[in-house]
Design a protein around this ligand. Sequence first.
Ligand code: AP5
Ligand code: MG
Length: 217
Amino acid sequence: MRIIILGPPGAGKGTQAETLCKTFNIPHISTGNMLREAVEEETELGLEAKALMDAGILISDKVIVGLVEERISKSDCVKGFLFDGFPRTIPQAQALVDRAISIDAVIEIHVPDQVIIERMSGRRMHPGSGRNYHIVYNPPKIDGKDDITGEDLVQREDDKPETVKDRLKVYEDQTSPLINFYSELFKLEKLKYIKVSGTSSPEQVSSEILSKLKEFD
Ligand code: AP5
Ligand code: MG
């Protein structure tokens, strides 16, 4: 199973990815999490990416495609994978086509901008794993601590309201054309394409995704 989750910042891609990856037993490949790890470890890529990420600007297609190619060559990807936050531009999606990396399903999560801005201010993240929480909608068992490791949660640098607005603009300009790109492949019966609203609870969104995927069986 090879899945892409598509949607604006804060749509709940990372949140839904956790459930789907457990259900299908596939690795969660989040380019955002990989980049944040590189920033944390102060690698060459991390040093290059930090300022761009903090400002909500995309990293170059060449760098991202290289990163993803290397990741999916690992043995845990043999049975499939879930891409979260990739592809994010038409050239990134085209790079998959050019390399004959086929995709089984694209899941689009739709959430209105206003809801997103409110959500981001309450997001908390576990830096080690990329697990996401929300202080109201998806709180950790112990305030400020990761459920699995008990380590501290942090706020993401790019979750400031001004930066979130810039990220929404970047999504609109550079990523939303992928909706059309994958809808066309759906019409050609190259993949499954489903669209869900991301405004109900995380559990309801997951069950809607799973039931829509089943309709194709
Ligand atoms: P990335 O980390 O991918 O960020 P993003 O796409 O902007 O998305 P987010 O992670 O902010 O949101 P999400 O949809 O995962 O939502 P979440 O589940 O956390 O990218 C960051 C940066 O890295 C980019 O700006 C760019 O610079 C760079 N980058 C990454 N990939 C790249 C690429 N391919 N090319 C170029 N550059 C790249 O949920 C959000 C909050 O809402 C959480 O608090 C959560 O608990 C809560 N929540 C989730 N679902 C619900 C629900 N149903 N109801 C209520 N609350 C909910
Ligand atoms: Mg995410």
